[in-house]
Structure formats: C-alpha cells, structure tokens
Write a new protein. Structure first.
Lengths: 635, 496
C-alpha cells in the first residue's frame, strides 16, 4: 500500500506530461488534486503505519516503510510541491507547460520514493529517478542548447555521487545478503566504511556540498519553479535527508561524523561568501541552499539528525517562496541581475512575501529559520565550541546575503516608471501559501510545541548556553547590518571584477572544467583515434598480409600455371605440326582436326584463366589427356 | 515444439525463395507470420516450463539420431537461460522484420535472409548438440554477411567481409576447441548434457587451458570483447537499422551465451582458473567501450561502442559466476542472473536504439551527429522513444538495464571487489555519452535541412512501444524474468 505514495504522482505525472499542453486552469486543478491526494495518502499511511514490499527474485526484495522522521519529510514534500507546482502552472511560459507540470509531479513522486524507501536498492531507484527528472526539468527550455548542457552537467555530477550509493548498496549486500537499512548497523570492517562513506559521498553530491556545489548553479538554467522544487523539497533535500535518517547506523564508523562536519562547515562558509558576492538572484539563492544544507550536515555530524531534519523542513518552507519571488522578479525585469530589480513599488505584495521568507533565511529571531538555525548552533556547541563559532559566522553570512537579496530585489526606488505588471492573484497564491507556512514555522519558538514535535519524531533537542545564543544573535545582527551596508554602498557587488570571479563558487567550476571535463573529453577523442588507428591495425594488417599473400599466390599462379597452359597448347600445336608433317600417309583430316582441337583447347584454357587455380590444374590434366588420346587415336 | 520454432522460419524463407513473384507487402506479412508462429511455439514452451528444485535442467527436450558413430544428433532443449534468450530473440526478430526497410529493393531476398537468420539464431540457442551449435554459429555469419553486404550502404561489402572474416577466424578457434573437447570423452559425443555432466577436462591443466583459450577467443570475437571488437563499428555503421538491431541484439549474445554454456559449464575447473584474466578483459571492455563511445561523432558508431561496454558487464558477471567451484553460491548466481538479464535487456534496449538510428538514416542518409539538432520540436514521439531507450541503456533504475547491472555488480563484488568497483565508473561515462547524444540530436537549434524531418510513423511507433514497454516492465517488475533465469543460473553455479 505504501507504494501508492510514490506511485500515484509518478504515474499521473507521466500521463500529464504525455498529454501535452493544456490550459493553466486545467493543469492547476489537476496538479492540486494529485498532490493533495498524495498528501492525504501520506497522512493516512503515517497514521496507520503502512509498509510495502515488492519481490524481484529470491535474492532481491524492495521494501518501503515510514519512520517518524521519514513521515515528517514525506508530509513536507507534497505540501511544498503542491504550492510550487500550482505556481508553475500559473506562472511558467505556456510552451511546454503540460510537460513541465507532469514532470514536476513525477519528480515529487520520485522524491517520495526516496523518503519511503526501506532499503538501499529502493533508495537508489528513487535517487536516480529524481536525478533523471532534474535533467529533464533543467533542460526544459531545450531550444537554447545551454539548458540541456546544464541539465547534463547536473545529472553527471550527481550521478558521480550516485556511484557512492551504488557502492554502498553493493557492499551492504555483500555483507548481509540483503539491501535492508537494518543491516547497515551489523556491518563491520571495510564494508562498513564503504557503506558509510559511499552514502556520504552521494548525499554530499545531491545536497550541493563542496566540491560538487557548482552543479546547483548550472541547475539554475531551469525555470524558477523547478529551482524552487529542486532546492526546497526534492533533489537537494534528499542528500541531507538520507544521512539524517541513517545517522544512527553510519555515525559509529570512525571518522564519519568528523568528515560530515568538515564537509558541512566548509560548504556553509564558502557558500555564504559566494552568496554574499553573487549578483544573480537565483544563484545567490542556490549558494545559500548549499550553505544551509551545510548547516544540516554539521548538525548531523554533531549527532543531532533530528535538528537537521527540522531545519530541512523549515528551510523548504522559506526557500521555495524565495525562488518563486526571484522568478517573478527575473521574469519582470528580463534578467536575474539583482542590481536592476528593486521592484518593491511595483509588486508590494510579492515584496512582502519575500521579506517574510528572507527573514527565515537570515535566521532572525521569531522566524522558523531562526529557531532551527539556533538549534544547529546549540548542536554544534555540543561537539565543540569553536564549531559553533563557525556556524555563527555562517549564520552571519546567511543574514548578510538574505538582507542583500531582499533589499536589492524588492527594495523601493524613489521613482519607478518602469512598465512592469505585478503578478496576478493566481501566481501570487502559491507564494502566499508558502509564506503562510513560513510564518507558521515561527511557532517553533514556543518551546512546549517544539519539544513535543521533537519527541514525536523521536529525537531530542540540544541544550545550549546563553553565551552561544547571545553571540549567535550578535552575528545575525552584524550580518544584517553589513548586508544593508553593501546594498547602500555597492549595490552592483559581484557584477564585475574579482568579486564576480569569486562569486562563481570561488572558481571551483573552472577547476572542475579544466581539471576533469576537458581532459576527459580529450582522453575520449584520443581513445577513439587509438581504437581506429592502432587496435584495428592488427586485424587490418593481417587482412593486408592475407591480401598481399593471396595476390602473390595469384601472381605465381599467373606465371607458373599460365606458362604450363601455354606450354601445353604449344606442345599440342607442335604435336599437330609433327603429325601434319609426318602423317601425310594418313588421312588429311585427322591431323588437321587434332591440331585444331588442341589449339582450341589451349586458347580455351587461356580464356578460362579466371583466377581459380584448381581449374587450371584440371584443365591442364584434361588437356594432356586429350592430347595423348588424340595422338593415340591418330597413331 | 522447439524444432518447430527453428523450422518454421526456415520454411518461411524457403517459401519466399520459391515464390519470386510475391509483392513487397505480401512478403513482409508472410515473414511476420512465420516469425510470430515461431514465437508462439516458444511461448508454448515457456508456458510448459517448470521452475523448482526438482524440475529438470533442460526441458522440452527432443532428440533424433543423426550420426550415431560420432555421437551427433538433432538434440533440442531449453533451460531458463536459453529460453529467456530465445524469447528475446523472437521478439526482436518480429520487431525488425516488421520495421520498414530502409531501401525497398529486392524485398523477397531481404525477408528470406531475415527468416533464415532467425531460424539459425533460434537454433543456436535451442540445440543441445555441440556440432549443431557450431553449424548454427557459422550459418548465422552467412545470413548476417548477406544482409549487411547487400542491403547496407556505402562500403557495406567491405564491412561485411571484415565482419565475416573476423568472426569466422574466431569460429575456427571454436571448432578446434570443440574437436579437442569432444575427443576427450569416451565414447565420443556432441551431447551438451553429457559433456556438462562429464567435465571431460577436469584435472588437465595445459590441455584444458588451451581448449578454454580456443573457446574464449572465438566467443570474445563474437561478443565482442576488448581488444577484438574493431569489426563491430564498421559492420554496424554500414548495416541497415533492423540488421544492426539483430546484430547487436541477437548475434552478440551468441558469444556470451556460448561462454556460459560451453567454457563455464563444461570446463568448470579451467574456467575458474582463468576467471580473473577474463574479468580483466571484461573490465577493459567496460571502460574502453564507454570512453571510445564518448569520443565518437557518428550516431551509430557511438551506440555500437556502448555494446562493447554492455557486453563487458555481461562477461564480468559470467567471469564472477565461474570464478570458483564452490562457495559464494548466492553472489555468483546473482552475477550470472545479472549477466543473462543484461543480455536480454541489451537486446531489447540496443535493438530499439539501432532501429531508431536506422530511422535517422532512412530520413536523412547520414549518421553524423553534427548534422542534427533540435529534433524534439519536429519529432516529439521519436524524442520520447530515444530518451527512454538512452536512459535504459545508461542504466537508469526503473528500466531493464539497471536490474541487470545492479545484480552483476552485487554478484561480482563478492568475487572481484576491486574490478567491480572500477567497473562502476562505466556507469558514469555512459550517462555522459548518452545525454550528450540526446542533447546533440534533439535539443538546441533545428538545422534548416531537417525542417521536414518526419516523426515516427504509426508502425515504427508501435514497434518501439512494444520493445520499450518490455524494458519498463522488466525494470519495475522483473520477477517473472528473474525467476525463469534464476532457475538456470542457480543450477549452473551449483554445478548440476
């Protein structure tokens, strides 16, 4: 029964995509119905504790189950997707909108499969399915070749990470004879290393952690509602989700927690700097996604996966509307350049929603984002005080880029005479719904509520020191202040110069392109030439030798055999002449005839030299026999 | 029933040859009819096939003595492996015969050769006699030679000749090995079942090794494995689409099927001794096939090289399965099941890809990737079919290739962990090369020369839908296939 949760959106999504473009009203209604039904089913499944299995063979079995943590994420995914997909049906350009809607619903289904998976094989199936969907969605506007290229980049980079999951699944099966999550904890030795680090690798690549982070920038080639879905509820979230879920089994492997923290903190800081320097609205948000996922990695590494899961949910509620408002602003101004937006006067309602969402991203007190970020600071404090300082600095960077984003995109120009229309109610509705969700997450500051929630998902919340909270809030304030300062004094930061260069993930994409992509392409071309020129040379030279050999034989054949044939003919002629000269007593006709026949045979033999040597020998033998017979008869 | 499955297409071919006045359509329907009938026989065999502990290894067996003094007889019978392969071949032959001809000249001869090829291909999978196996192995070359040489394009004769000579050289090695193998049993017999039970070369190091080498060289050429794969690309490029589909889908499987049936099953000891180098060649094929495919600029050459990659996975599974005489049975039978599923999946997927490629030639007379672009706008159905086939080929879960590859890797990891781990890289490279292919052909700007590029016709669409439906079905719910194949692979690995 649990299969219904992923299957319903996957099948209906595929059907909708195949049906082609329809009206916005039709698509919007269908999307809301399908995803609403998925949400209801998930509620039902969580309440009744559904499970599911599918037997492939005696050895292989797929399974699905809901733990408290996965149930929470399974509820978040269709909720956010509902608003985002509805927005997409109302906002995105009409060409190909049916396919877009269908694929987004399918994408959501794939994510649900990841969430409900009860074993690594099922996880891998969902994992790669969402990767393939992301390729199709990023390449959505395929007429511009740059978009499919970006889709390819995203798919290949995340698939590189998938290899880790492949390896983990294989090692788990080798160790336990099944793919079930339950077996991970029983592993030991090298197999447990392969499983733990393999899963971490694939989680890091999906969650856009360093060094895989640049694919998230390339993923910005997709429509903004695709970015919203991808960053908030699905693909990227899957990375943090899976290590949060499997944390109890993975964290016992030596070095795993420290590695996770290192990846997370590096990404949080590097992503924060990148975000502050970006002048492209969506890329700023993409960098922030990496950084926020980095926070989650830190929390998981510090031993608080429940905190990471809560931050994941809260992050989804504010990140999705941020991408949608960025899309609205970008479509209105024709580019995603932050220094050209300032649409506060033109679309005040959207601007208001942007402020609500950005406040969460900045981690301001009383917002949901602020609450879960403080929990992460506390979690980090449990691991090491200096680690919590690192998270605080990351928090300051978040506050800075969130402030910068909202002021540049939705600040007010003193005079604004641009001819831009504000989005209609249908386009605003989805964003407004998400904004309401974001506001609701602010209730997490009510501690009885958040404690109850943590208890329900089976995790404890970390205790923190007052010093940590104060320091962290100071950092946020500094971040907001510096964000305002930058907007005032250097609004076009990151458009040109060193800042622009650094804003492209500190040069990481160039490194990947120069260090991996180009050399590999060159290798492939060289290998192709090698295959044609060298590997094939062996058989070719054998063939050439054989050809030369056979020609040599043919030439010998011509010379030797032909001589034989000529000689026979000449011999016949000579015999005939002899017979002619000495056989006057005999009847004239016989020698004449003999000469004629032998001569003819000789000519015939020459004419029949068609290259088949055994025929020659046969003709020679026949010729000799004939001559002898004639002579015998004539004598 | 199996004899009928072999005989019906042969009779169909004869009927075509004897009625030269037949029109194109009638000839086509006659051959579709013959191949469907033959497939129906296989379905009946499948329906009667029993799976279970006490079920015999070979079923639907029939035997007619032929040369008793040499132990040669017309022996047919199937296990789960050969039944799965012949069913796949049956589907693919129907699809390829029904696919429109690229150049509709001499249709009667074309369809007659196709039926002839179907008959000998099914014969190869269904017979249980080594001599007949060899005869069918060689006859398949003849059928393919004429199909490529007479209906191919450009330098087709040369490519066909290269294919013929190359694989004939391989099959001579097999012939010598067969003679060596058969002479070592007393009394002489070509009965595969007896040879499997007898393990005639057990304990003979040098002789066993040499005979194994003969078989492996011959089958490696046919499969093809690195570095004896270079006949494959020209043969594919010059062959018409449906012929390419059969070449990749059915003929290549003869190599890997032979590897399992003869070296792995009859020479268990020798095979186990040399399994590691065989796995190394498989790994080389996986990586080399993928890297070289990425470097190609010709649509068909690129798909052709991915066959080298996929057959590398198959051979890796086979090598892992035969690497030990006892121990790790579960993992080894999983690897072999994966290898056989890969054969079936590759047949369907690459068959579909080559049919699609044939459609490109029929529409534009070129395979140059640079000559295409933006076709998604004018040919959406073709795009969807190509995307599904490409993703299946790159091993996306939910499609058939994944089911095969995951089992191969899981099984091989237990035996050759390092080789399996390195082999995983192949999955990444194939992803890049297929996505680039799609991007190059279907996205971006539409060249003006391709403005009128027609989408799939109804017939083409129907054929591809059937093939791709099977690919999806195997990908999501493979139990029916895995149980069938598993019944054979467990027995093979278990040594019975």
């Amino acid at each position: 029964m649990l299969w219904l949760i992923p299957l319903l959106p996957i099948v209906t999504g595929a059907v909708i995509a195949a049906m082609g473009d329809r009206s916005r009203r039709w698509l919007g209604t269908v999307a809301v119905m399908v995803l609403g039904a998925t949400l209801c089913l998930t509620l039902l499944a969580a309440a009744q504790g559904w499970t599911a299995t599918l037997i492939w063979s005696d050895a292989i079995r797929l399974s699905a189950e809901l733990t408290p943590l996965s149930a929470a994420i399974a509820l978040m995914v269709p909720t956010v997707a509902l608003a985002v997909v509805f927005h997409a049906t109302q906002h995105e350009s009409p060409q190909g909108i049916g396919r877009l809607t269908g694929l987004m619903i399918l994408f959501t289904g794939g994510m649900q499969l990841v969430v409900v998976a009860g074993d690594l094989l099922t996880l891998l199936i969902g994992w790669e399915l969402i990767g393939a969907c992301s390729w199709a969605l990023i390449a959505h506007k395929w007429r511009a070749i740059e978009n499919p290229r970006s889709g390819l980049y995203a798919f290949v980079v995340t698939r590189f990470g998938d290899l880790g999951l492949f390896a983990a699944a294989i090692a788990l099966f080798a160790g336990t004879g099944s793919f079930d999550y339950a077996g991970i904890a029983t592993l030991s030795g090298p197999l447990s290393f392969i499983v733990a680090y393999g899963i971490l690798l694939s989680a890091a690549s999906k969650a856009g952690q360093v060094p895989f982070a640049p694919w998230l920038f390339r993923a910005m080639a997709g429509p903004s509602s695709v970015s919203a879905l991808l960053h908030a509820a699905t693909l990227v979230a899957a990375g943090a989700y899976i290590i949060a879920l499997l944390h109890p089994s993975l964290s016992v492997v030596p070095g795993w927690q420290a590695t996770t923290i290192a990846i997370g903190l590096t990404t949080a800081l590097a992503g924060g700097v990148t975000g502050v320097l970006q002048n492209h609205a969506k890329r700023l948000l993409a960098a922030s996604t990496s950084a926020q996922m980095g926070f989650m990695f830190v929390a998981i590494g510090a031993g608080y996966p429940g905190v990471a899961a809560l931050h994941l949910i809260v992050h989804a509620t504010f990140k999705a509307p941020l991408f949608l408002v960025a899309g609205a602003a970008g479509d209105a101004t024709g580019s995603y350049r932050l220094d050209r937006m300032r649409l506060g006067r033109i679309m005040p309602l959207i601007a208001g929603l942007a402020v609500i969402a950005a406040a969460g991203l900045a981690g301001l007190p009383l917002t949901g984002g602020g609450w879960s970020k403080e929990e992460i600071v506390k979690a980090a404090e449990h691991a090491d005080f200096w680690l919590s300082i690192g998270v605080m600095i990351g928090g300051a960077l978040s506050a800075a880029y969130a402030t910068r984003f909202v002021l540049l995109a939705f600040g007010r120009r003193s005079e604004d005479d641009r001819d831009i229309a504000a989005p209609g109610w249908a386009e605003t509705a989805g964003i407004a719904g998400l904004g309401a969700l974001t506001l609701a997450t602010g209730l997490l500051w009510v501690s009885p509520l958040s404690d109850a929630l943590a208890a329900a998902t089976g995790f404890t919340l970390p205790e923190g020191s007052t010093l940590g909270l104060v320091l962290s809030l100071i950092c946020v304030a500094v971040g907001v202040a510096s964000g305002i300062y930058v907007v005032r004094h250097n609004p076009a930061l990151g458009r040109t110069g060193a800042a622009a260069a650094a804003s492209d993930w500190l040069g990481l994409p160039t490194l990947i392109t120069r260090g991996v992509v180009l050399p590999f392409d060159a290798l492939a071309r060289a290998a192709a030439r090698f295959d044609d020129d060298i590997l094939d040379a062996g058989p070719r030279s054998v063939a050439a030798l054989a050809r030369r050999g056979s020609m040599a034989i043919a030439a010998m054949d011509n010379q030797v055999v032909d001589k034989g044939v000529r000689a026979t003919a000449a011999f016949g002629d000579w015999l005939a002449r002899v017979a002619d000269r000495f056989g006057e007593a005999l009847s004239d006709g016989i020698p004449e005839g003999t000469a004629g026949i032998t001569g003819m045979l000789g000519r015939e033999a020459r004419r029949l030299q068609s290259g088949l040597s055994h025929h020659y020998y046969a003709y020679i033998v026949c010729g000799i026999f004939a001559v002898v017979a004639i002579l015998a008869a004539g004598a | 029933m199996l004899t009928l499955a072999i005989l019906i297409p042969m009779l169909g071919a004869l009927a075509l040859v004897l009625s030269p006045g037949l029109g194109h359509e009638k000839a086509r329907w006659l051959s579709i009819g013959a191949s469907v009938l033959s497939f129906a026989c296989l379905i009946i065999v499948w329906a009667l096939f029993r799976i279970g502990e006490e079920a015999p290894a070979f079923q639907s067996v029939a035997e007619v003595p032929w040369i008793p003094s040499l132990g040669v007889a017309w022996r047919v019978g199937v296990d789960g492996m050969s039944l799965a392969l012949s069913l796949m071949s049956g589907v693919l032959f129907i699809a390829c015969i029904a696919w429109p001809m690229e150049h509709p000249d001499r249709p009667i001869a074309y369809y007659a050769w196709f039926l002839f090829l179907e008959s000998v291909s099914l014969g190869l999978f269904l017979v249980l006699d080594l001599l007949l196996f060899y005869v069918f192995f060689d006859l398949s070359l003849v059928g393919m030679f004429f199909l490529i040489g007479r209906w191919g394009h450009d330098g087709a004769e040369r490519a066909a000749l290269k294919f013929f000579i190359y694989t004939l050289a391989g099959s001579l090695a097999i012939l010598l090995a067969i003679i060596g193998l058969v002479l070592s049993v007393d009394p002489i017999t070509f009965d595969m079942r007896t040879l499997i039970a007898a393990q005639p070369l057990a304990g003979m190091d040098l002789r066993g090794g040499l005979i194994l080498l003969g078989f492996m060289v011959g089958f490696a050429v046919k499969t093809p494995l690195f570095p004896v794969h270079t006949w494959l690309p020209p043969a594919h490029v010059m062959a018409p689409g449906p012929v390419s589909a059969i070449l990749a889908g059915v003929l290549l499987k003869m190599g890997t099927y032979g590897m399992v049936r003869i070296p792995l099953q009859m020479l268990r000891e020798s095979f186990a001794a040399y399994a590691f180098p065989i796995a190394l060649f498989a790994l080389a094929s996986i990586l080399w096939g993928a890297v070289v495919a990425l470097g190609q600029t010709n649509l068909k050459r690129r798909i052709a090289y991915t066959s080298v990659n996929h057959m590398g996975y198959t051979v890796l599974g086979i090598a892992a399965a035969g690497a030990m005489l006892a121990g790790a049975e579960n993992a080894r039978s999983l690897a072999l099941t994966g290898a056989v599923v890969e054969m079936v999946a590759h047949g369907l997927i690459t068959g579909a890809l080559f049919l699609i490629a044939g459609g490109f030639w029929a529409r534009s007379q070129t395979y140059d990737l640079d000559a295409f672009g933006g076709l998604a706008g004018v040919a959406p159905k073709l795009t969807v079919a190509a995307v599904i086939a490409a993703f299946a080929s790159l091993g996306l879960p939910g499609l058939a290739g994944f089911v095969a590859e995951v089992q191969i890797f899981v099984g091989a990891f237990a035996v050759f962990p390092v080789i399996a781990a390195i082999g995983l890289l192949g999955i990444l490279i194939t992803a890049a090369l297929f996505l680039r292919l799609l991007q190059q052909v279907f996205f971006g700007d539409l060249p003006t020369a391709r403005k009128g590029f027609p989408d799939l016709s109804r017939r083409e669409g129907a054929i591809l839908s059937v093939l791709l439906f099977l690919v999806v079905l195997i990908g999501i719910y493979p139990r029916w296939l895995l149980d069938l194949i598993g019944s054979a692979t467990r027995a093979i690995v278990g040594g019975s």
